[in-house]
Each structure stands twice: as C-alpha cells, then as structure tokens.
Design a protein around this ligand. Structure first.
Ligand code: F6R
Length: 609
C-alpha cells in the first residue's frame, strides 16, 4: 500500500521526507520518490526498489528545497519502475497518490485528446494533468485541486506541490487516510501518525471527503462540499501511534472506516488494474481444470466469508463447494476427493480448529490454500498456497476489515478459477472485475452517511432479540450481521435464509422483535421482498437495508430503512452491505454502553479448541 508524506519546513526537507517514508515501509512498497521546490521549480528524484536506492540517488543529487512531498509506491497500474514512481508531474504541479482512480482510463483519453502527454502508465498521473489544466486556465492551486477532485472516482489520498509556491501544500482524502501534523520545525502531511511521529507534536486527521491547504502559519480544512471546517487537533503521543485510534472512539470504528483503503489495497494485490482482470500473485501448482471440488473450513466471521464465497465459486467457476465450520470438519473424518482444494480462512492464522482442519486436509493429500491476514502465522506457514488479505492489524476483537478483505480474495479466486476453467469469458471477467473495483468508493460513500445507521441502532438497542434475513450471498451476511450484534451488544440475534422464514422462524414474528432484511438489488431481490411482505403481514417490526428500488418494491410499513446507492448491486454487493451490518452492531453497542473493542468473554485469537 502506498505511503504519502509532505513537509513544509524551515530548511532542506529531503531528509525528513525520506525518514517519514521509512516509517511507512511497513505498508509494503516497490519504488519511492520525493519532490521539492528548488528556486521555485519542482525537482523530483525517484527510484525503483527500496528506499536505500532513493537515498543513494539523493546523495548524488541532493535536494535543497524547504518544501516537498514524498511517496512509497506499491504498484497497481504499471510496473514498479522509476518512471511509474511518484511524485508525478503535470505543468507546474507534482502529486503523490495512494489508492485507485477508478475512472483513470476515460480521464486519460480525455486529457490526451486535449494535448496532455503522459510519462507513466499509472492512474495517478491523470490527477497531475487535471490540476495542471486548471492552473493553465488561471485558477488558483486550491481551485484547480477542488475542481480536479470533482472529476475523480475511486478511493484515494493525495498530496500536491506547486511550482513557484514555496508556502503551499494541498492534501485530499477520499477513502484512504491522511493526517496533518504540526511540529516545531514545520507542518506535515502523512498517511498515518506513524510517519509524522518524529516531527509533529499535534495531529489532525482529515475526515472522509476533506481536502486541506497547508501554509506554515495556517492550515485550512475543507469538507467534501468545499466548505471551510475545523478538524480536532490532538496530541501525538510517542509510542501510541501503531495502535492509534485516529479520530475514532474505538478501534472497531476506525477499522470499519479503514475498509475502503484496505479493500482497495487487497484488490490491487489480486488484480491487474490497468487491464481490468484478475492477476493472482501465486501459481496454483496444479491445473485448475482438473480440480474435483473445493472444501472450505473456518470459524466465526471467517466461516461466513467462506459461505458467501460458495455462491461465487459455484457460479463463476462451476466448482462444487463443501463448507463446514472447522470445529466440526476436523472431527467428521470427511472423505476428500482426489485433486480437491482445501481453503482455510483465518484473520489471525492461529485459530486452533482451523489449523487442525488444514492439517487434516494436508494429511488427506489435498491441495491447500490459506486466506490469512497475518502472513507469519502458523496457518500461513503450514499451507501450500497463501493468499493474504491486506487488512493490516485488526485490533478490535470483532472482525470487520479482515472479513471484507477475505470476501475480496475469494471473489478474485472465483473469477480466476472461472477463467482458468473456461467458464468465464474475458468480457465476463472484465465486467465482474469492474464491479469489484467500484467497491472501495462505494464503501466510502456508504460510510459517509452514518447517521441513518445510528437512527436504526437506537431502535434495535431496545430489542431483546433480532432476526436478520437475506438470500444468496446476503444470507451469510445476515448470519454475520447477527453474530456482530450478539458479540457486541449481547442481544440475541439470528441470521436466516429469507426463504426459510416460513419453515419455522415466522412463528417468532411480533412487533417487539426487529426483523432486519438485507435486500441488495440482485437476482433474488423480488423473492426477498416477498419474504419481507410476509413479515409485514404479521405486524412485524421491519428494518430494511437496501436501495430505493427495494424500498419502493417493499410497499410495507417499515420501522427503519438504511438506504444504499442503487449502484451497489450484483453478486459482490454484500462487500459494501457488510459495512452497514458492522456499523449497526457498533452503534447499538455504543448506545448500550458496551465494551465495543473487547466484548465480554471474547478473545481475538482462539488458539485453543
Ligand atoms: C467475530 C470474530 C470471530 C473470528 C473467529 C475466527 O467477529 O472475530 O468469529 O472470526 O474466531 O478467527 P480467525 O479469523 O482469526 O481464524
């Protein structure tokens, strides 16, 4: 994942830029670069590979500028070459970027048609040219940035440096984090507190959609509507940065809000974003056409990710999928077919039952693939193939960002297998990938309207029992929604397949028990709506999570409605809907005064049976 820094200092800043970049190395990168102003002109030094290569170049060509930006790049669009390394430049502006510009292809064509010439293969360079066009029209740098931001789709963070502007940096945040730091020797921009810790004593985090104008004596924050706003300035406590809650009250809230960023990062790891296709970072080591079956095993939230994946693997790769919770699987002595693939899923990579399931499968001669968040874990070490989720450390005990990253890895796996097995055409692959690429921005948009979730949470917090309903991939999400609710608020909750309602749970319906219906606009919407109406007909306490279409189709009295964009549709819609069920559980628990980050009786890593 890319890292961003910016320094407005009193003396040469190149050294500070590189030091801050070193503190972002943990995010992973494959090239790096800095730019400063030398007598008002932008001078860039970039290098592929590690920061020491950049330092060697800087030793030969020292930069004297007192203002600059820097970047560690984790290649998404284009190889990790020096030309693709950031900062990228247009006339009179340089930019560093973290994230994905979804509409970069159309912007690039448009800019080229107007005469822009591109020096790299990156999506980021379009941002430099868009701002350069604004400057050429005579716009002030802040106006040029504000108008460029309106053209960009995707989830990203940006920092800009302008020719002739010795006292100006501009930063912007949409989906990827960015913070401003104040120190004794200057003001700073950085992807996280860790980068700024040696220099800054106080810090402010940009809110979603914010952009910020930094000058040595004044920092002006603007919201997504370009209105001037204040952002809380807080002390930057040495040592606290790696487990920093940012602007959030709880780690869980921070981790929920990190999802556009980490889902984007995970996508970038599994996709060739420039080509719009899946590009798995490992070889199977076997012929996917000869696979007889996939077996999935995991616990808790990771198991629900596997349940959702079953729909995708069956539909897109025409593979039979067997799935069971690891504590059952390991003692069932299940016969496993020759040429089968065992997939285990685990955030921690240490869950005892999941590890036992993996060992069982290995002993049975299965191919093994572990989807894990902790790369150094036992499960990762013992599996033949490892597919990492790039969620970063998950501190909140209830899993959130690891779950959505697991879904992303599974979606990419299903598409890759579908292509390899000639089930999907390249056009179908591209269409599915384009739906996945839209997820980070859709998540960021969904997260920007948290109030509607809070309103519903106040209502749910009064309940003693809750029923979640969903169909297709939204069925496992209903179970995950119920799990999150019970873990955090200790309210009894169950997730059911909407079609199962009339086979039993319908007897529970009364106005005291909220029935939360997940109704993304997908192939099963109509049927889900019929189930919703069955609840309405019995005077149920209905809460709908869906689009305006679902709301209109429901035509029933609702106790609550959480609206998502109509664009969040199709087989992967649940990746974005997941954000809502997490936020709902979070806010219910907050209203009830529960310990959100460490719910009673729960452990983050379950290394015992
Ligand atoms: C729920 C939760 C647990 C874990 C489960 C598996 O919020 O966090 O259900 O998902 O204990 O843990 P990992 O993924 O570490 O194997």
């Amino acid at each position: 994942m890319c890292g961003i820094v910016g320094v407005l200092g009193n003396g040469p800043v190149a050294g500070q830029l590189v030091e801050a970049l070193k503190r972002l190395e943990y995010r992973g990168y494959d090239s790096a670069g800095v730019a400063t102003l030398e007598q008002g002109r932008i001078t860039r030094v970039r290098a592929s590979g590690k920061l020491k290569n950049l330092e060697e170049k800087l030793a030969l060509h020292p930069l004297a500028g007192a203002i600059g930006i820097g970047h560690t790049r984790w290649a998404t669009h284009g190889k990790p070459t020096e030309l693709n390394a950031h900062p990228h430049a247009g006339a009179k502006v340089a930019v560093v970027h973290n994230g994905i510009i979804e509409n970069f292809r159309e912007l690039r064509e448009e800019l080229q048609a107007r005469g822009a010439s591109f020096a790299s293969e990156t999506d980021s360079e379009v941002v430099a040219h868009l701002v350069a066009e604004g400057l050429a029209r005579g716009e002030a740098p802040s106006t040029a940035v504000a108008s460029a931001l309106r053209r960009l789709k995707g989830a990203f963070a940006l920092a800009f440096l302008f020719e002739g502007e010795e006292d100006l940096l501009i930063g912007a945040r949409r989906g990827s984090p960015l913070a401003v730091g104040w120190g004794n020797e200057g003001v700073y921009l950085g992807s996280d507190a860790l980068a700024l810790a040696p220099f800054a004593h106080t810090i402010s985090y940009l809110d979603e959609g914010d952009w910020v104008v930094l000058r040595r004596v004044e920092v002006q924050f603007h919201d997504a509507d370009d209105k001037r706003v204040d952002r809380r300035r807080q002390p930057l406590l040495a040592g606290s940065f790696l487990v920093d809650k940012g602007n959030f009250r709880h780690f869980m809230a921070k981790e929920i809000h990190e999802q556009p960023e980490v889902v984007g990062r995970t996508l970038a790891h599994y996709l060739d974003l420039a080509e719009g296709v899946v590009n798995l970072p490992f070889d199977f080591g076997f012929d996917p056409k000869s696979l007889s079956r996939i077996t999935i095993s995991a616990c808790g939230t990771a198991f629900y990710a596997g349940l959702a994946a079953r729909y995708w693997l069956e539909r897109f790769a025409h593979l039979s999928v067997d799935i069971d919770i690891a504590s059952e699987f390991r003692y069932r002595d299940p016969p496993l077919l020759e040429n089968g693939l065992m997939v285990v899923v685990s955030q921690s990579g240490e869950t005892a039952d999941t590890l036992a399931a993996l060992r069982y499968a290995r002993a049975q001669g299965q191919h093994t693939l572990a989807i894990v968040n902790v790369e150094t874990s036992t499960i990762a070490r013992e599996s033949e193939l490892v597919a990492k989720t790039l969620a970063g450390p998950e501190i909140g005990v209830a899993s959130t960002k690891a779950f959505t990253c697991q879904l992303i890895v599974f979606a990419c796996l299903a598409i890759a297998l579908g292509r390899a097995r000639n089930v999907l055409s390249i056009e179908q692959e591209r269409e599915l990938v384009s739906q996945l690429i839209a997820a980070p921005a859709q998540m960021a948009e969904t997260l920007s309207d948290e109030r509607q979730v809070e309103t519903v949470a106040r209502d749910v917090a009064r309940a003693e029992s809750v029923l979640y309903l969903g169909r297709g991939p939204a069925f496992p999400l209903a179970m995950e929604g119920a799990l999150k609710l019970k873990e955090l608020s200790y309210i009894h909750a169950e997730g059911y397949a909407a079609g199962e309602l009339k086979h039993g749970p319908i007897a529970l319906i009364d106005y005291a028990m909220p029935v939360i219906v997940l109704a993304p606009p997908d192939a099963s919407l109509e049927k889900t709506v019929s189930n919703l109406q069955e609840v309405a007909a019995r005077g149920g306490h209905l809460i709908l999570i869906g689009s305006r279409t679902a709301h209109t189709a429901a035509a029933a009295p609702l106790a609550g409605f959480i609206e998502l964009s109509e664009q969040v549709s199709g087989p992967f819609a649940i990746v974005v809907y997941a954000v809502i069920i997490q936020l709902l559980a979070y806010h219910v628990a907050v209203f009830m005064g529960k310990d959100v980050d460490q719910p009673r009786n729960l452990a983050k890593s379950v290394t015992v049976e």
